[in-house]
Design a protein around this ligand. Structure first.
Ligand code: ATP
Ligand code: MG
Length: 421
């Protein structure tokens, strides 16, 4: 009897196994390729940041900072956190490295894990992954917003996603939003007893978040609340109108959703969200918006900003639901060798084929041909390269095409040519 403990992954945290991991690489590679055509460059950010960075930017009263963040005292007692999102880090890096002196807009993308202590369920994890991009610069032209939206749509469509919906909204600026929030708070206070405890609490802390409620019982009363579109200042109204013209120009279909507010304090004006079918209630694959005041708030020069974060886990789930997920990787050649003299030839051929870009499985324990050919079949190999005493003597391999069991003799130096096809 041993008392070896069996370990399991922490709740809400999961392994991404082959062949799915290859599909993840493909999706991330596609993102990088598409973003590069829009002249975005990758930034690699740390996973740890000072807790204060998120408290200031995302907002201390948000769910993310208030109850979902993994924060802990470092050995010197300073509080650090696992990042729950990455826009704050991008802005921190932008300021720290004086990137505002670079010519033109600074256009950055990132990908990697984020951490939030939420209730784990399908499409909601405690370690999840985001692919995001940000534009930082002097202009807040709505054409930038539209280009960013176009870029993320091109990316997800190139991955094969269909049936998704883009929703947009404007949540105003520091001039008009506070007035609207007060109006909303007053209206909410009047209907307080028709709201659940979460929404009741938010009347004080974050009234906009009530609009985001998915509680069935609250829906009719929310529909009666004042709408921000009727309370935008002239500049915000014009910006939102222009954004829609810019989307129209790009032939991008969208819906205006007046209840689309984001759970992060730094957003202003444009907000958007992309939802995908097949994900149940965790159907938001991408959220984004404008955050013109954030760089200044974190101690940098006046700067405009817009960006998005896409949930990679959810995008991949949606693609898998649509039958567009991972394909098992192809094995080009299995080297079936027998006899001590065949092993050096097997090693040499494996190397040559790999140099030519073929995937090769080379067994190291000697096996009878019957056994190695059955393993080759189970591994889905396209070809078996058979090497026995005869092949060693002649320097000519026997190549078996697994699909139809046809065999041919191929000289060692011709192998790569035959197998690559
Ligand atoms: P949701 O409303 O679904 O909780 P959110 O508003 O918290 O999303 P953001 O903070 O804007 O989401 O993050 C952007 C995207 O990251 C989301 O649209 C979603 O695809 C993904 N995402 C957020 N939280 C999680 C999570 N816990 N697990 C998996 N993906 C997530
Ligand atoms: Mg959330």
């Amino acid at each position: 009897m041993t008392d070896a403990r069996k370990f399991q992954s922490v709740p809400g945290v999961r392994d991404i196994l082959p062949p799915e991991s290859a599909f993840w690489n493909h999706v991330e590679q596609t993102a990088g390729d598409v973003f590069a055509t829009y002249q975005f460059s990758e930034i690699r950010l740390p996973i740890l940041e000072q807790t204060e960075l998120f408290a200031r930017s995302v907002g201390a009263s948000t769910d993310i900072v208030g109850k979902e963040m993994y924060s802990f005292a470092d050995r010197d007692e300073s509080s650090i956190s696992l990042r729950p999102e990455a826009t704050a880090s991008v802005v921190r890096a932008y300021i720290e490295h004086g990137m505002h002196t670079q010519p033109g807009d600074v256009k950055l993308y990132y990908m990697g894990p984020m951490f939030r202590r939420e209730r784990p369920q399908k499409g909601r994890y405690r370690q999840f992954y985001q692919i995001g991009a940000e534009v930082l610069g002097q202009s807040d032209h709505p054409g930038i917003d539209a280009d960013v939206i176009e870029m993320v749509l091109v990316f997800i469509e190139r991955c094969g996603l269909v049936g998704h919906t883009l929703c947009i909204n404007s949540i105003g600026c520091k001039d008009c939003r506070p007035k609207y929030v007060e109006l909303l708070r007053a209206a909410l206070t009047k209907v307080k007893d028709r709201l659940g405890p979460d929404s009741q609490r938010r009347i004080e802390t974050n009234p906009l978040r009530v609009l985001d409620s998915k509680l069935e019982a609250e829906q009719t009363v929310i529909e009666t609340l004042p709408r921000i579109a009727d309370h935008l200042c002239d500049a915000c109204r014009e910006h939102f109108k222009m954004l829609q013209a810019m989307l129209f120009m790009r032939q991008i279909a969208y819906e205006v959703n007046w209840r689309l507010v984001r759970g992060l304090d730094y957003y202003m004006r444009t907000t958007f969200e992309i939802t995908a079918p097949g994900l149940g209630s965790q159907n938001a694959v991408c959220g984004g918006g404008r955050y013109d005041g954030l760089v200044e708030l974190l101690g940098g020069p006046p700067t405009k900003g817009i960006g998005f974060a896409l949930g990679t886990d959810r995008l991949i789930l949606a693609l898998e639901e649509a039958g567009k997920g991972a394909a098992a990787p192809q094995l080009d050649a299995f080297i079936a060798w027998m006899g001590a003299a065949a092993y050096p030839m097997a090693v040499r051929i494996a190397r040559a084929l790999r140099d030519a870009g073929c995937s090769v499985e080379l067994p190291h324990e000697e096996m009878k041909f019957k056994k190695s050919l059955s393993l080759a079949a189970r591994l889905n190999a396209r070809f078996a390269v058979i090497l026995g005493d005869n092949e060693v003597a002649s320097g000519v391999a026997t190549v078996k095409r697994m699909a139809d069991a046809t065999q041919q003799s191929v000289a060692e130096r011709e192998l790569a040519k035959i197998l690559r096809k």
